[in-house]
Every structure is written in structure tokens, then in C-alpha cells.
Design a protein around this ligand. Structure first.
Ligand code: NAD
Ligand code: UDP
Ligand code: UDP
Length: 328
């Protein structure tokens, strides 16, 4: 039994936290972790790329609520904190309806900032390494302003997210809002969408089905892959940091791999018979990406602890179960 004094302390620490995009890959892990910490969690999602399946195990939790809502429309609720995660994140998803993607980042940010302003809530924006575009500075520190094509097929996502950062900083300067901006680098793990075209999920599903592994270009472009549990710790650490720590702050794993190295690793860890085939490199595909995480290390005492092999093994186990269920 929890002693009375402890209970009081827990109630005092417990917050009402809204997670937009809570049915998605990252959002569902975040909701889960916040519930574990004893908070009241409100998941807001229009189920565009996320699914109720990702939060099915939370639906009966007494401190969890799900609201189906599109953040491009106003929303009136009372909360203490907002994690603004809503936005399709994989290129094929965000390019499916690019106008809606920009609206989600821009109108969504305005509405959530308006809500935060009304109730004086802390608000964290899930920004992205895509704000650096196809970077000429490597690794990317937060001080780098990026190299983004404003009219290409990735622009709806990149420029939408850049504008959202602008809005966050203007609400901070104009309305003294308590903001936090996290620039998230490629993150992977269980509950990634199996058909969203992202490289880790694609390669694992292809390998498990013994289908060809589709490497775009020559596979010499690089990415740095962060396991989801590490990322969630970073996001919560940022939200709980002092008011002065507004970011932007890079969150990601600085271990850098070529896409070809990733393909070989996935084949090895799955014991797959898949061969590698080459497909054209998509337009504006960044050639290199690696976070400089000195700021997160210093200010949040945060750094990733899960290596690529360990994280891939857990992700492979998840997709194995998923494919088994589908075949039943
Ligand atoms: P995801 O597609 O799995 O999740 C996004 C969620 O947002 C989905 O549940 C979707 O239904 C919801 N959504 C989309 N548009 C919405 C709208 N208009 N209103 C309400 N809900 C809406 O993607 P994810 O990987 O979990 O990404 C979550 C956030 O993190 C995104 O903002 C993304 O840009 C950011 N991010 C992710 C990564 C990554 O590697 N996963 C990297 C950088 C940034
Ligand atoms: N908004 C919302 N929920 C709230 C408060 C505001 O969705 O609880 C929306 C509202 O639709 C508004 C936007 O947030 O358009 C921006 O609000 P803000 O107060 O900054 O600006 P204004 O109301 O002056 O447009
Ligand atoms: N990629 C690939 N094969 C795939 C999917 C992606 O070679 O089946 C490449 C893609 O061209 C990019 C990298 O993997 O260079 C990461 O792609 P992803 O869509 O996962 O993330 P992002 O490009 O947004 O970092």
C-alpha cells in the first residue's frame, strides 16, 4: 500500500498531459511512458497515419483518454502540458496530401499554441532534423540554419516544420509562452507503420518476407538511427527541464551508418535470404545526417544508450509478431 503522504505527493506531481499524434509511432510510446509515470494522458489524433491499434492496450487505463480530432481545427481543453507530435512523418505519408501536411504543421501549431496560451500550459514541438534539409555542415549543430528546398516534394514537411518552429519562438517572444522545441533525428522501433516506406521498417519487413531489399541510389547516403525508448526519455527530459531551456535541441543517436550498412545489418540479424536491389534516389534525399548532441548532453544530461544491433533486434521481434498475426 502507498502511504498517505506518498499518495499526496504523487497526486501533486501528476499532470494532465495532452499528446497530439498520440496514436502514432512515437506518440503511442510517449503516452505509455507518461501513464507509467502516473500522469493523466489525453491522446488527440485524427488517425491519419496512426491507428487505434497502437493505443489499444491503453484504452482501459483509468488515466487515459482518446479524442479523435484533427489539430488543424481549434480544440478547447484544460491541460498542464502539451506534446505536439501530430504530423505524418514518413515521406510517402506526408507526400500523399502535401497541402494537409503543411496545414497540420502550421494550423496545428497555431491552434495548439493558442490552447497553451489560454491555459498557460507548457508546450513541446516535435520538430525534425529535416529543418536542416540536405545539410552542408556535418554533423548538424542546432546553430546551423540548414539548406532546404522551399519548392520540392519534401518541402511541405520541411518548411511546415520550419514555420512551426517560427511560430513557437514568436509565441515565446510575444506571449511569453513556455515552449520547448526538439529536433528529432531518424527514430525507429516497435509500432512503426509496416507500410510507411521508412527505411528501417521497409528493410525489416522485406528481409522477414525474403523479398528484395530496396536500396535507393547507391546506398551511400547516411542516417543516424535512434531507438524509440531513448528518444522518449529525451523528449520527457526536455519537457521537464528548466523554463530557460527552450531549444531547439537535437535528439538523436550520433552513430552514423550508410543505408547500405543498414541493409547488410538487417539481412544479418534476420538471417534473411533477401538480395539487395537498387532503386532511383528520391528527389532532394539528404546525403548525410548526424546529430551533434552536445547541447542535449550538457543541458538535459541525455544521451542514447541503445545501440543499433540491440534496437534492431527488438524491432525485428516486433515485426515478426506483426507478420505472424497478419498471416493467421
Ligand atoms: P506517425 O505518422 O506514426 O505519427 C503521427 C501521428 O499524427 C499519427 O498518429 C497521425 O494519425 C497523427 N496526425 C497526423 N495529422 C494529424 C492531424 N491533422 N490531426 C491530428 N492528428 C494527426 O509518425 P511518428 O514517427 O510517430 O512522428 C511523430 C512526430 O515526430 C511527427 O511530428 C514527426 O514529424 C516527428 N518526427 C519523427 C521522426 C521519426 O523518425 N519517427 C523524426 C523527426 C520528427
Ligand atoms: N485555440 C484553440 N484552443 C484554445 C485557444 C485557441 O484551438 O483553447 C485556437 C484558436 O482557434 C485560435 C488559435 O488557437 O485561432 C490561436 O489562438 P490565439 O489566442 O493565439 O490567437 P487568436 O485567437 O487571436 O487568433
Ligand atoms: N531508403 C532506401 N530504401 C527504402 C526506404 C528508404 O534506401 O526502402 C533510403 C532513403 O532514400 C533515405 C534513407 O533511406 O536516404 C532514409 O529514408 P527514410 O524515409 O526512412 O527517412 P528520411 O529520408 O526522412 O530520413
Amino acid at each position: 500500500m502507498i502511504p498517505q503522504a506518498e499518495k499526496g505527493k504523487q497526486m501533486h506531481l501528476s499532470k494532465r498531459i495532452m499528446v497530439t499524434g498520440g496514436c502514432g509511432f512515437l506518440g503511442s510510446h510517449l503516452c505509455e511512458r507518461l501513464l507509467e509515470q502516473g500522469h493523466d494522458v489525453l491522446c488527440v489524433d485524427n488517425c491519419f497515419t496512426g491507428t487505434k491499434r497502437n493505443i489499444r492496450h491503453l484504452l482501459n487505463h483509468p488515466d487515459f483518454e482518446f479524442i479523435r480530432h484533427d489539430v488543424t481545427f481549434p480544440l478547447y481543453l484544460e491541460v498542464d502540458e502539451i506534446y505536439n507530435m501530430a504530423c505524418p512523418a514518413s515521406p510517402i505519408h506526408y507526400q500523399f496530401d502535401p497541402v494537409q501536411t503543411t496545414k497540420t504543421s502550421v494550423h496545428g501549431a497555431i491552434n495548439m499554441l493558442g490552447l497553451a496560451k489560454r491555459v498557460r500550459a507548457r508546450i513541446l514541438q516535435a520538430s525534425t532534423s529535416e529543418v536542416y534539409g540536405d545539410p552542408e555542415v556535418h554533423p548538424q549543430p542546432e546553430s546551423y540554419w540548414g539548406r532546404v528546398n522551399p519548392i520540392g516534394i519534401r518541402s511541405c514537411y520541411d518548411e511546415g516544420k520550419r514555420c512551426a518552429e517560427t511560430l513557437f519562438f514568436d509565441y515565446y517572444r510575444q506571449h511569453r509562452l513556455k515552449i520547448k522545441v526538439a529536433r528529432i533525428f531518424n527514430t525507429y522501433g516497435p509500432r512503426m507503420h509496416p507500410n510507411d516506406g521508412r527505411v528501417v521498417s521497409n528493410f525489416i519487413v522485406q528481409a522477414l518476407k525474403n523479398e528484395p531489399i530496396t536500396v535507393f541510389g547507391q546506398g551511400q547516403q547516411t542516417r543516424s538511427f535512434c531507438y524509440v525508448d531513448d528518444l522518449i526519455e529525451g523528449l520527457i527530459g526536455l519537457m521537464n527541464s528548466s523554463d530557460e531551456m527552450i531549444g531547439p535541441v537535437n535528439l538523436g543517436n550520433p552513430a552514423e551508418f550508410t543505408i547500405m550498412e543498414l541493409a547488410r545489418k538487417v539481412i544479418e540479424l534476420t538471417g534473411s535470404a533477401s538480395e539487395v536491389i537498387y532503386k532511383p534516389l528520391p528527389q532532394d534525399d539528404p546525403r548525410q545526417r548526424k546529430p551533434d548532441i552536445a547541447l542535449a548532453r550538457k543541458e538535459l544530461q541525455w544521451q542514447p544508450v541503445v545501440g543499433l544491433d540491440e534496437g534492431l533486434k527488438k524491432t525485428i521481434a516486433y515485426f515478426e509478431r506483426l507478420l505472424e498475426e497478419e498471416n493467421r
